[in-house]
Design a protein around this ligand. Structure first.
Ligand code: 5GP
Length: 194
């Protein structure tokens, strides 16, 4: 008997677009979807479990994995103090061979790379804030950053929104329930073929 190959559901978007909330609601509705576990050099938070949330490794171990070509992609995530995050090739390949459906919560550039590496097995979804202005307002409203920092954040946010064009689908998160419904519709059409 041959097992049908699995799928990758790649989810990315600018921080503040609410992707985590949408992902949680979707994963509750589809218990067969598993969260894809990445490697990171970021310290473990108290509630996090090794191998469930991440594989927590040292910077040296991470650099070794890059040299051994064990990562499909990796990024230094600036909004997280420059910590390194990466997708393990063996983890993804094993899951696909076992017919699993994996949801990847990943930064935008990483998401584009995974899509390029697995074009036929993946669907990439970009979660967008309601408007560019709304995102800018949110960044400005924090009030703690210097003018230069705000300018850098705005430019980065704008670049990130432009990269949304490279995803298969976009979901605008102006209403959580609508966003979750749209997400489910994409899964039903593209993965469950309902
Ligand atoms: P956190 O540290 O809050 O868990 O996640 C920080 C950011 O890293 C999130 O935007 C998440 O999507 C991203 N991220 C998590 N795993 C990976 C990965 O394997 N590769 C890349 N490029 N980004 C990741």
């Amino acid at each position: 008997m041959t097992i049908q190959r699995g799928n990758l559901i790649i989810v990315a978007g600018p921080s503040g677009a609410g992707k985590g909330t949408i992902e949680n609601a979707v994963m509750e509705a589809y218990p067969d979807i598993e969260f894809s576990v990445s490697v990171t050099t970021r310290p473990r938070r108290e509630y996090e479990v090794e191998g469930k949330h991440y594989f927590f490794i040292s910077k040296d171990e991470f650099l070794q994995k890059i040299r051994n070509d064990e990562l499909v992609e990796w990024q230094e995530v600036y909004s997280k103090n420059g910590h390194l995050y990466g997708t393990l090739r063996s983890y993804i390949d094993d899951a696909l061979n076992e017919g699993k459906r994996l949801l990847l919560d990943i930064d935008i550039k990483g998401g584009i790379k995974v899509k390029q590496a697995y074009p036929d097995e993946s669907i990439s979804i970009f979660i967008e804030p309601p408007s560019r202005e709304a995102l800018e307002q949110r960044l400005l409203a924090r009030g703690t950053d210097s003018k230069e920092q705000i300018q850098i954040r705005l430019e980065r946010a704008s670049e990130e929104l432009d990269l949304g064009q490279l995803f298969d689908y976009k979901i605008v998160n102006s209403d959580l329930e609508d966003a979750v419904q749209n997400f489910k519709k994409l899964l039903n059409e593209n993965i469950y073929h309902q």
